[in-house]
Write a protein that binds this ligand. Structure first.
Ligand code: NAD
Ligand code: DAU
Length: 352
């Protein structure tokens, strides 16, 4: 048996593959275009491991996806590949429409054709697992209950709109054609291999470089943070036991304001790598807000706990300590991802 993963060289996909191969022997075929966010160094520990087959290619390439399905006959396709950064979707939405919508459509059509041709019992066992986000539900007010699977979709950014569109396609391919799909909508992840355009790794690498820590608006926006390996274990649980056609929300039961996240990172760095110039919090700099910035996300993760017995293993205190330590232990990884293209993005987004 084999699984096909898309986007497995990115942050969550690579953590998922490392976790998957640490748990068992089932091989993984990893289809990834290696955009700026894809990094094979994340999977360096699998070099020479026959259980990991890497294929560089685009999910919008139907012929390639058809060939991989025919050649490897995976029992499941787990779809991580996406353009994932909200700020980039604001400055350049085109790639989000192409990868997140057209790419998901391409995979669904290829998977449908493949699945329809499978003999039983492979046909009954096949799964298309779509990895999505809590951002499709829009923004919560302080007093609102957390997002449940029954919430209406109200995406607010080009990124979340493109993910919402992909979720709708997945739903329709199940409803219309019977494709056995699973969808998970997860909250903000953090952990090793997180590209330093996102809040937590950006704060760590900027602090270590003595650069400003840019906090958007008033810093009181709330996110629900989950350690990335807990996301991986949730996906494994849904793939194994999730009910076909269902959606499962995944979250960390851990709502925190951005400014408190930044202060936590600063305090850990003060402890683990003290700076003679003074506490890292001196670098906190309020900058102009993200256009259309969602105020609050929070996940009601009771369904996945009730049906599948899943709960996160890490608390924020344990997960963030591991994460900060990982960045301190991997300066070469940090240095290499801060390539020319990365510097161009930082210049465009934050100016001098
Ligand atoms: P990421 O940006 O770190 O990685 C995306 C990966 O997809 C990269 O390896 C990239 O090379 C690849 N990719 C992009 N376009 C491609 C294409 N056209 N064809 C093939 N590969 C392509 O993203 P991530 O943070 O790891 O997110 C993975 C998935 O999880 C996404 O679908 C995202 O929407 C979802 N998600 C992310 C979070 C989070 O906090 N990061 C939370 C919930 C859900
Ligand atoms: O909720 C799940 C989503 O979480 C995923 O679907 C996305 O792929 C992922 O990127 C993430 O989106 P966010 O926009 O919440 O993550 P980001 O790390 O970009 O920002 C987290 C919060 O921090 C958000 O309120 C914006 C703020 N922020 C971010 C950056 C990059 C800052 O204040 N300063 C910054 O420089």
């Amino acid at each position: 048996m084999t699984i096909l993963v898309t986007g497995g060289a990115g942050f969550i996909g690579s953590n998922f593959i490392l976790d998957w191969l640490a748990q068992g022997e089932e091989p993984v075929v990893n289809l990834d275009a290696l955009t700026y966010a894809g990094n094979l160094e994340n999977l360096a520990s699998l070099q020479g491991d026959a259980r990991h087959v890497f294929v560089q290619g685009d999910i919008t390439d139907r012929a390639l996806v058809d060939r991989l399905l025919a050649e490897h006959r995976p029992r499941a396709l787990i779809h991580f590949a996406a353009e994932s950064h909200v700020d980039r979707s604001i400055s350049g939405p085109g790639a989000f429409i192409k990868t997140n919508i057209e790419g998901t459509y391409t995979l669904l059509e290829a998977a449908r054709q493949h699945w329809q041709g499978l003999p039983e019992p492979e046909r009954a066992a096949f799964r298309f697992h779509h990895v999505s986000t809590d951002e499709v539900y829009g923004s919560l007010k302080a007093e609102d209950p957390a997002f449940a699977e029954t919430n209406a979709y109200e995406p607010n950014s080009p990124y979340s709109a493109s993910k919402a569109a992909s979720d709708h396609l997945v739903r329709a391919w199940h409803h219309t054609y019977g494709l056995p799909v699973l969808t998970t909508n997860c909250s903000n992840n953090y952990g090793p291999y997180h590209f330093p355009e996102k809040l937590i790794p950006l704060m760590i690498v900027n602090a270590l470089a003595g650069k400003p820590l840019p906090v958007y608006g008033d810093g009181q926006q709330i996110r629900d943070w989950l350690y990335v390996r807990d996301h991986a274990s949730a996906i494994r649980a849904v793939l194994a036991e999730g009910r076909v056609g269902e959606t499962y929300n995944i979250g960390g039961w851990n709502e925190m304001a951005n400014i408190d996240i930044v202060k936590t990172v600063c305090a850990l760095l003060d402890e683990l790598r003290p700076d003679a110039a003074g506490p890292y919090s001196r670098l906190i700099t309020y900058v102009k807000d993200r256009p259309g910035h969602d105020r609050r996300y929070a996940i009601d993760a009771r369904k996945i706990e009730r049906e599948l017995g899943w709960r996160p293993a890490e608390t924020f205190a344990t997960g963030i300590r591991k994460t900060v330590q990982w960045y301190l232990d991997h300066p070469a990884w940090v240095q290499r991802v801060q390539s020319g293209a990365y510097r161009d993005w930082v210049q465009q987004q934050y100016g001098a």
